[in-house]
Write a protein that binds this ligand. Structure first.
Ligand code: SAH
Length: 495
């Protein structure tokens, strides 16, 4: 190890910063956060440094640097743009055995300032020993996304209870188990949910109870449309902490790859038609794993509350007393619109947008077609690829213009995204000609015309019929069939 890491108590200790530019300002900000008594030595100051001087938060010396000042300080930072001045300050500090940091000069520095992730009282500091500061910064950014801001209050709560935990659990192994539960269980969840009072009460209760058994919980997480870059930071953290992940078929492999390596992954894909039995099965699995004390992530495509039955799952968890959290995801309509260059609303074209689903003919009868056919609005239709003909017929029947543009987005946001465009009059025909398959989202409305000029992701939109001829329909059998089998054959043909 090239450097010896340490964290310094600077509260009410004098620190000298030589230099008054933006770099010095950054250093002063960090020193002020640690409550150091800062004196800045510079002829001119940045406006922010000047404000701190005016507010009495730092002292200012505008006269030339004098080495006698060093006798009063614990640390020195040399942050001028002049290397010689920096060197002089460093040499004089060295002579007095005062630690000095020279900005961007590892050689002249006797201490380095690490890249920091601040979750006070928790601090993560990263150093590359001056060799690769950009790498340290990059690492900091990565870790920053992984560490929830509730970690600070969690550490503070643990500090407050520390003595009592030690008395309650004198045996180290039991104490470790208690802390593990405190940091990963319901207390941590309550802090994430912005309920510090309830978190304190839960911690007190855990401290009073005889055992330190972890309580299971469920996080309902939206995985977005497929591109892992569209996951939220919260979703990523939940995936990192999961013991078990129950995921839909729609969740992309790239997203699943981001989950904790040793988390158990269970696919609970639902096929159209057997929703009810499988939904019960999902409920049973949620219950089984949560009751076994595991942290369960229920991972759903898009957003869990948009055509995702997330509501039903939460009702079930509530009825069974299992604690839960919800992490929203980017829903298919929002993602497909963005990745196809179709703004869902636009001042010139559409003032509203409707998220609609209609996955079977029966559900079509419950929709308000007159409202859906109105102009200057956008329809985002989920699970509609199988019924494009019905959709087209109903909308035209209720007066939507045949020339209304559409964009049909297949595998939105994924590497194999395809966008088929056209007008309402040719919707079913175009969908069939390009053999559009699920998952696909239909965006219908004036805004869809913008796809041709605003598209930016993947292949450009497919406007014309495909080049290759579509596979011809198999010839009808010429054999005569008894009347009773006629219906059966017709059914086979339809299938
Ligand atoms: N909860 C999900 C929707 C589930 S319903 C969400 O918020 O997105 C499933 C339907 O969503 C699919 O039939 C399709 O219409 C749409 N869908 C989901 N992911 C998609 C994707 N990557 N591209 C296009 N459509 C998608």
């Amino acid at each position: 190890m090239k450097l010896y890491p340490l964290f310094a108590h600077l509260s009410r200790r004098a620190v000298l910063v030589v230099g008054g530019g933006t770099v010095a300002e950054r250093k002063v900000a960090a020193l002020l956060a640690a409550q150091a008594q800062v004196t800045v030595n510079a002829y001119t100051l940045t406006p922010q440094l000047q404000r701190w001087v005016d507010e009495g938060r730092i002292a200012h010396r505008g006269d030339p640097f004098q080495d006698g000042w060093l006798d009063r300080v614990w640390l020195v930072v040399a942050a001028t743009s002049d290397r010689e001045t920096n060197r002089l300050v460093a040499t004089l500090a060295e002579l007095r055995r005062i630690f000095v940091n020279v900005v961007d000069d590892a050689e002249l520095s006797s201490f380095h300032v690490p890249a920091v992730i601040d979750r006070a009282p928790l601090t993560v500091a990263i150093s590359s020993g001056g060799d690769a500061p950009m790498l340290a910064r990059l690492l900091r950014e990565r870790l920053e996304t992984l560490l929830d801001h509730s970690l600070g209050p969690l550490a503070a709560l643990a500090a407050r209870l520390r003595k009592r935990i030690r008395i309650r659990h004198p045996e180290p192994a039991a104490r470790r188990r208690f802390y593990e539960t405190l940091f990963t269980g319901p207390v941590a969840a309550l802090l994430r949910q912005g309920q510090p009072q309830a978190a304190r009460q839960a911690a007190e209760k855990a401290l009073a109870s005889a055992t330190a058994e972890p309580g299971g919980s469920v996080v309902l997480v939206g995985a977005g449309p497929g591109d892992p870059g569209l996951l939220t930071l919260r979703a990523l953290r939940a995936l990192n902490e999961a013991d078990v992940i129950l995921h839909d078929r729609l969740v992309s492999a790239e997203v699943l790859e981001l989950a904790r390596r040793d988390a158990e992954r269970i696919e609970v894909g639902k096929q159209a038609g057997n929703h009810h039995t499988t939904q019960d099965g999902i409920h049973a699995l949620l219950l089984e794993h949560a009751r076994a004390g595991r942290r369960v992530v229920r991972l759903k495509g898009g957003d869990p509350f948009v055509f995702g039955r997330g509501g039903e799952e939460l009702e079930f968890l509530r009825d069974h007393g299992i604690p839960y959290e919800v992490v929203p995801g980017i829903t298919a309509a929002v993602a497909c619109a963005a990745y196809a260059g179709v703004p869902l609303t636009h001042r010139d074209h559409a003032q509203s947008v409707r998220f609609v689903t209609a996955h079977c003919r029966a559900s079509y009868d419950t929709l308000d077609w007159a409202a859906l056919a109105q102009e200057r609005q956008t329809l985002a239709v989920y699970m509609g690829v199988g019924e494009l003909g019905t959709l087209q017929e109903r909308l035209l029947g209720h007066g939507r213009a045949a020339s209304t543009p559409f964009a049909l987005v297949e595998n939105g946001s994924r590497a194999d995204q395809r966008v088929v465009t056209g007008t309402l009059a040719e919707l079913a025909e175009r969908g069939a000609a390009h053999a559009v398959r699920s998952p696909a989202l239909l965006i219908l409305g004036e805004v869809a015309a913008l796809a041709s000029s605003l598209a930016w992701f993947g292949q450009p939109p497919l406007r014309d019929a495909p080049q290759r001829a579509v596979r011809p329909a198999p010839p009808r059998p010429v054999v005569a069939v008894p009347a009773a089998q006629d219906g059966l054959l017709a059914a086979i043909h339809r299938a």
